[in-house]
Design a protein around this ligand. Structure first.
Ligand SMILES: [Zn+2]
Length: 194
């Protein structure tokens, strides 16, 4: 990944759960740090799976991140920045649409922005703001997991509640619910509609 101009740019790493999005984000942040670039990372305040100030991937890699308001992340992000050239944003799907203009402003200020997030909800529908962020990004990677049912490349997140596929009318974001998730392909992904 290299700049073709002196301007900043936006990179998006998207995919379903267990596709290695956060692992890839952390890999890029680490490479920038090794090159001596200053890095700042942010995450939304609703996700505390790995502690409130750590971006964690399922493989155990970690990065310190400032937790910001997902509805209006701009003020906290711009206040926190102090000359960092590289900005990482994890769990982009949990932010409001405001994230898109924040990322564009960061890129216009000459920064490299790397955002990672789910591109689809558990229903297999676009998970805003990630699709709109993809639209304005210079670089987009869609990473796949492996379907737990059939072994094909998986692009969708299967939500299970007590082992049963979630209902199509369930809310998109469930915080603290008793549920589990699997990576599945298009054929094996199911929704309850009764
Ligand atoms: Zn499958």
């Amino acid at each position: 990944m290299h700049a073709i101009t002196n301007s900043g740019w936006v990179e998006v790493i998207s995919g379903c759960m267990f596709s290695g999005k956060t692992e890839e984000l952390l890999r890029r942040l680490r490479r920038a740090e090794i090159a001596g670039q200053e890095v700042a990372a942010f995450k939304p305040s609703i996700d505390d799976r790995y502690g409130t100030e750590t971006i964690g991937s399922h493989d155990g890699a970690k990065w310190e991140a400032l937790v910001v308001d997902p509805e209006n992340p701009g003020p906290e992000i711009f206040e926190a920045l102090n000359g960092e050239q590289v900005v990482g944003i994890d769990e982009a799907n949990f932010f409001s649409e405001n994230l898109v203009s924040v990322c564009e402003q960061l890129a216009e200020d000459g920064r490299r922005v790397i955002a990672s997030g789910l591109d689809m909800t558990f229903r297999g529908e676009p998970f805003e703001p990630v699709p709109n962020l993809i639209a304005v990004a210079e670089y987009v990677d869609k990473v796949q997991a492996i379907c737990i049912k059939c072994g094909e490349p998986a692009t969708r997140t299967q939500r299970l509640i007590d082992g049963v596929p979630a209902h199509v009318d369930d809310p998109t974001i469930l915080v603290g619910a008793e549920e589990s998730y699997e990576a599945r392909c298009r054929n094996c992904h199911t929704l309850r509609t009764d």
